[in-house]
Write a protein that binds this ligand. Structure first.
Ligand code: FAD
Ligand code: 2HG
Ligand code: ZN
Length: 474
């Protein structure tokens, strides 16, 4: 039998919330709620009596004012693609879905900015930028369904962060509804605005615990005139790090993507992915997917070919294929973006989203694999990630034929050995996915105590009644 929901509001309070958005947008049907109560990996199942789907900032403000008055807990949700359980109501909190706030309010090509509401799907934002010959460079495997509000609230990284920065660096202005319903409008297009404390960034990466992002001004870039995409077989992570440095210093063009993958995860993709094929004719222990972009329409391919020739000569690359056209480039990226999905058919998978200084990646990978396989003989580390950012998704699949639940019961043990190595290399146990529910208990073990206490003070100031995403992050 289900235990009572700690945060579930009384029926009369639910009616008052429904009156703000109208019955059509106050969702209570179990079938309609179901997809919003489970996250992609199936790790978490939530419970709620109602999901509210406001259609304007004013409605969000009215919801939070009422929530604050009635002490009703709220979990904001965008595309529900988060990987740390931050968007799931665990104990009867109401879901506040931002998906109807989906207008692109303005694209200002001359100022290189775009003003999007929180529920705009990332891919739509990318397309709107491209329509005026600009680039919005945030790029994630989930871009077809994740939202700008979710991207900012989780401070997403993705594959373009190496050259263009993480979500925080791509946000110029923001509109936030505070826990008491006040609207803070910092929707400016300014690079320079030194009028006191910069409050914008408090809400980026706050995972919905400090306020609700309803709109943001995003930074645009010129669209590259030439892009080359290469799939490279490399002998080792050491070679991959040297290759990255060589590319960044020698290529006349910007390295806009540099993703590392172990052979094991590529095998999962070949076995379980749709329309996936091996770009190289024979297997290699590691792979790099490298993208180089230039504002010059001509000459980039020659530069990259020359560079790859040098890299092969220096034995940093064992085999290489340069995409012949856009379709082939897309097929390389398709392989990369399918890696989250293809782990599922291999059974239980214990995750780590970690970062260490780039130079420490080879040592981290070797030490972590030794420790994990020693802890659980037969377990299969399948690391991959954004090498250029020092960010590895150190995922460990269960031994073949092992019991999935028994393997997943070791989650914390495996985290403990991997996190220890991460900390020895002065790294972070959450590089880009956030803390959410998944890493909440680990945060006090790794965060500077003064910083943690300041975080609690800020939470207390901005959300004194604890209505915003309780039980997440702190
Ligand atoms: P949700 O999952 O709905 O919410 C995420 C968090 O933000 C929750 O805590 C939620 O409460 C809060 N939130 C959502 N909207 C708001 C709002 N408007 N105001 C305040 N709080 C809000 N992440 C990366 O960083 N890099 C990757 O490369 C990457 N690749 C991915 C690939 C796949 C296949 C998948 C499934 C996920 C990937 N992710 C990646 C994780 C995820 O897609 C990102 O974290 C994304 O930014 C979440 O956006 P969302 O709209 O789905 O947010
Ligand atoms: C990626 O880089 C995502 O593909 C997801 O951040 C990683 O599945 C994962 O652990
Ligand atoms: Zn990632």
């Amino acid at each position: 039998m289900n235990s009572p929901l700690r945060h579930s509001p009384a029926p009369d309070v639910l009616s008052r919330f429904a009156a703000i958005v109208g019955d059509k947008y106050a969702i209570t049907d179990a079938n309609d709620l179901a997809p919003h109560l489970i996250e992609g990996r199936g790790l978490y199942h939530g419970r709620t009596a109602m999901m509210l789907r406001p259609g304007s900032t004013a409605e969000v403000a009215a919801i939070l004012k009422l929530a604050n008055e009635t002490r009703t807990a709220i979990v904001p949700q965008g595309g529900n693609t988060g990987l740390v359980g931050g968007q799931i109501p665990f104990d009867g909190e109401l879901i506040l879905s931002l998906q109807r706030l989906d207008k692109i309010r303005e694209v200002d090509a001359q100022s290189n900015t775009m003003t999007c509401e929180a529920g705009v799907v990332l891919q739509k934002a990318q397309e709107a930028a491209a329509a005026v010959d600009r680039l919005f460079p945030l790029s994630l495997g989930s871009e077809g369904s994740c939202t700008i509000g979710g991207n900012l609230s989780s401070n997403a990284g993705g594959t373009g962060a190496l050259a263009y920065g993480i979500a925080r660096e791509l946000m110029v202005g923001v509109e936030v509804v505070l826990a008491d319903g006040r609207v803070m409008n910092l929707l400016r297009k300014l690079k320079k605005d030194n009028t006191g404390y910069d409050l914008r960034h408090l809400f980026v990466g706050a995972e919905g615990t400090l306020g609700i992002i309803t709109a943001a001004v995003l930074k645009l870039f010129p669209r590259p005139r030439a892009i080359e995409t290469a799939w490279l077989g490399v002998p080792s992570p050491e070679a991959a790090v040297k290759l990255l440095n060589l590319a960044q210093s020698q290529l006349a063009g910007t390295v806009t993507g540099f993703e590392l993958m172990v052979r094991g995860i590529v095998e999962f993709a070949l076995k379980h992915g749709h329309n996936v094929r091996d770009p190289l004719s024979s297997p290699h222990p590691w792979y790099v997917l490298m993208e180089v972009s230039s504002q010059q329409a001509e000459g980039l391919r020659d530069n990259v070919e020359e560079f790859l020739g040098n890299a092969i000569e220096q034995e940093l690359v064992s085999d290489a294929t340069l995409a012949a056209n856009l379709d082939q480039a897309n097929s390389f990226w398709h392989m990369r973006h399918t890696l989250t999905e293809v782990q599922k058919p291999e059974g239980g998978s214990i995750k780590h989203d970690v970062s260490v200084p780039v130079a420490a990646i080879p040592a981290f990978l070797a030490e972590a694999s030794d420790a994990v396989v020693k802890l659980i003989p037969g377990s299969r580390p399948v690391p991959f990630g954004h090498l250029g950012d020092g960010n590895i998704h150190y995922n460990v699949s269960q031994p073949i034929g092992a019991d999935k639940d028994a393997f997943l019961a070791r989650w914390k043990d495996v985290n403990a050995v991997v996190d220890k190595i991460v900390l020895q290399h002065h790294g972070s146990i959450s590089a880009e996915h956030g803390i959410g529910k998944l890493k909440r208990d680990s945060l006090p073990k790794v965060k500077d105590p003064v910083a943690l206490s300041l975080m609690r003070d800020i939470k207390g100031l901005l959300d004194p009644n604890g209505i915003l995403n309780p039980g997440k992050v702190l």
